[in-house]
Design a protein around this ligand. Sequence first.
Ligand code: GDP
Length: 458
Amino acid sequence: METTIASISTAPGIGGIGIIRMSGPEAFEILNKIFVPKNPESIEKIKGYTMKYGKIKEGKNDIDEVLVSYFKAPKSYTAENMCEINSHGGIVIVRKILDLCLQNGAEMAEPGEFTKRAFLNGRIDLLQAESVIDIIDAKSEKEAKAGVKQLEGSLSKEIKKIKQEIMDVMVNVEVTIDYPEYDVEEVTQKELQTMLESVEKKLSILEKSFDNGKLIKEGIKTAIIGKPNAGKSSLLNAILKEKRAIVTEYEGTTRDTIEEFITINGIPLKLIDTAGIRNAKDEVEKIGIKKSKQIASEADLIIAIFDSSKELEEEDREILELIKNKKAIILLNKCDLENPKITENNKEFENQKENILKISALKEEGINELKEKITDLFKINQIQIDNEIVVTNLRHKNLISKAKQQTEMAQKSILENMPIDLIAIHIKSILEDLNAITGEEVTEEIINEIFAKFCLGK
Ligand code: GDP
């Protein structure tokens, strides 16, 4: 890696400080051309993990007063020589300092290039690098924790353990293939069988952890449906108001739905409010119903809300039809009004009794009970990531599934008395899949694709 890269590492905009990062063989040389420390020292004398105070200069002009952190190879984020210039925040100054770095020989870093270098220099494996993105993008505490655990290498270690198990047995297999005159085949087959069973079990646990991982990462996709004026928007407001921990807020993927994240016991809930459907008329109305159906079919959880002050109508029955065979909670809203026309005793709710709650979205009553119900339904309290390795990344999950399929095929080949070299092919592809997870066997395109998801300066 001959080039030295630079980029702004703090978020764009105005902040208390801004950080410009440089990494590469020329990092300190370039720094010396633009930075005049108050107490100058030769670079050899400056220890890693220290800071120096001084001024960034362009010729004779002072640009800013800064603190510079020094990291010396290989003890840095990228394993190269690195420095971080902490300047006063503000777009103009930070850009100016970056420009000075570039004018003096640094190249503009690509998104994720610092982390990519850490990977290419062998400081972290691909799996750990990917967990850096997960930590940055985390929408909940549990998700961030899972990311940190992966960065520490818990999943990498487990994958390595599995690989070692395979390799221990493969040595004997290679001997059998290379020197068929040695009669070790029988022993090897038994050994292979035991090893494959054990590997399959471990892969299977990892594969299953993805479901929890997915919940942690993507959240429970929750659709709020109900006829116009049932109280969908009021419910959403009540939920969001009580829970201050709104992590992300953005326009829904479809124009007329709103998606919002809240967390319940550390698990994100992605709320999809179909409020946009409410003003639909005639033709559009049909599209609305179609859309409700689609959203309902894709949701992990449906919150069906009914206006209990009005008789059950055709539209309500359609909604009841929609939630059949789905994880659903029925809310009888407006329980603050007297003389309800709908109660849990309506025959339409016969098979749903245990999931009915009376609430008042307006008075914010019953919201905690709703959250408890969701916790129960998804066993959120049982999702413990502290002692468990959780796979959260789809790329990893797919490779684990592929490797598991190969263990099944290898076992089948043994049962069918296939020659050992054919069995070995399956076992080698298990190793290849596992190597692709940690990055020992991935193509450049995949690497580029992974790092392109990073933000600049990371
Ligand atoms: P949406 O069309 O399903 O989104 O329904 P809204 O949330 O806009 O509510 C429709 C109307 O019902 C509004 O006037 C709300 O103030 C009212 N409303 C919603 N929830 C309650 C409730 O729990 N009690 C009472 N009394 N009125 C409510």
